[in-house]
Design a protein around this ligand. Structure first.
Ligand SMILES: Cc1ncc(COP(=O)(O)O)c(C=O)c1O
Length: 378
């Protein structure tokens, strides 16, 4: 089976992790690797501060807490996202309000944002889905006009840019994931980046059980979201290769585009003229013209040894959210349709051109068996 993604670990990661272990950089918030990874990653994003945590989920949780969001507050979030985006709001006792997607990039539809703002709205969490940036210049203008905090969910967008500027450098806070299938990985892990001294200080305090002086007397209820030193060591090695990784991600997407662009009924991932898409996963939408459904295509590919994943179940349809008191049933017809018709293909950046071509050949075969056209890759 060709998996959707396989992590790629180099010798440098292994050397760094062993060095961290030998130096005793295990737990706590000290050590060479933790500080270096935070500084280097923040610098990469064009931000002053990085605060490393245990996952993308806890990065979002901590960011929402540090932004001072709590009971009675509403937070606008992309409807098409991983549940972690919404849970960060829920676990801070606030209410996530889903914003429907736009058809072209599948990111939140900025045209809808102002209509969803109420006196309770405190923040927006845009998700740069599958590596295509949200138009952050436009979104920040709206957020500033309404005095809203912005927390970018960059779990899928390390290195993606909007008009040449890094995703993660626009919002008040931005959260990254280093889960094994992410653009760079520490196994589990995450980071929040910010340019604000005050927010960085707050994040560090809350990450570490809000220890102050005297030790063991706590004014604030914090969390233990600390990353280990040996994870940071791995992250630092991965970060050293990020430009190469992104180049390979873009190669994979280019090959898929080449062999799929003339197949009717496929909406392929776009890259708008102001955007740099890092194609975290090569995602596409199966339209009626393709002749068979997304599920039929996924089953066909699976039978031929190719694994795929569906798009996300949108936040407006999540039982764990819709059952919450205060949840608003905002219609999200586009996100609903993406959930039924979107899938992503094997996207490991070491896939050979030939393997990608073979996957495309199978997709063309699936189309041809329905549409009756001869459709092999040129
Ligand atoms: C958009 C988005 N946000 C948040 C997360 C959560 O990250 P993690 O798995 O590191 O907790 C993910 C994970 O896949 C994600 O895709």
């Amino acid at each position: 089976m060709i998996p959707v993604f396989e992590p790629v670990i180099g010798e440098e990661e292994i050397t760094n992790v062993v060095t961290a272990l030998r130096r005793g950089e295990l737990s706590g918030t000290f050590g060479h690797f933790l500080e270096s990874f935070e500084n280097e990653f923040a610098k990469y994003c064009g931000c002053r501060y990085g605060v490393a945590v245990t996952s993308g989920t806890t990065a979002l949780h901590l960011a929402v807490a540090a932004a001072g969001i709590g009971p009675g507050d509403e937070v606008l979030i992309s409807s098409s996202t991983n549940i972690a985006t919404a849970l960060a709001v829920v676990h801070n006792n606030a209410t996530p309000i889903p914003v429907d997607s736009e058809r072209e990039t599948w990111n939140l539809n900025i045209d809808l944002v102002e209509s969803l703002i109420t006196p309770r709205t405190k923040a927006i969490i845009p998700v740069h889905l599958f590596g295509h940036p949200v138009d952050m210049d436009r979104l920040m203008e709206i957020a500033r006009k309404h005095n809203l905090s912005v927390i970018e969910d960059c779990a899928q967008s390390h290195g993606a840019t909007c008009r040449g500027r890094m995703t993660g450098s626009f919002g008040d806070l931005a959260c990254f994931s280093f889960y094994a299938n992410k653009i760079i990985t520490t196994g589990e892990g995450g980071m929040i980046v910010t340019n604000s001294d005050t927010l960085a200080e707050r994040l560090r305090l809350l990450r570490n059980l809000a220890f102050t002086v005297p030790r063991f007397r706590h004014e604030v209820a914090g969390y233990n979201f600390r990353m280990t030193g040996y994870q940071a060591a791995m992250g630092l090695a991965q970060l050293g290769r990020i430009d190469k990784i992104l180049a390979e991600k873009r190669r994979v997407s280019k090959i898929y585009n080449k062999y799929l662009e003339d197949v009717p009924g496929l909406h392929l991932p776009v890259e708008l003229d102001w955007a740099y898409n890092v194609y975290w996963m090569y995602a596409l939408v199966i339209e009626p013209e393709f002749g068979i459904t997304r599920d039929q295509l996924a089953a066909y590919l699976h039978s031929k040894g190719v694994d795929t994943r569906t798009f996300f179940c949108p936040m407006n349809q999540q039982p764990c959210l819709t059952s919450l008191p205060g949840f608003k049933a905002v219609p999200c017809p586009v996100a609903d349709s993406l959930w039924l018709s979107g899938l992503y293909l094997p996207s490991t950046y070491t896939l050979s051109d030939d393997t990608i071509r073979d996957v495309c050949e199978l997709i063309r075969e699936a189309y041809a068996t329905q549409g009756g056209k001869s459709s092999s890759c040129a």
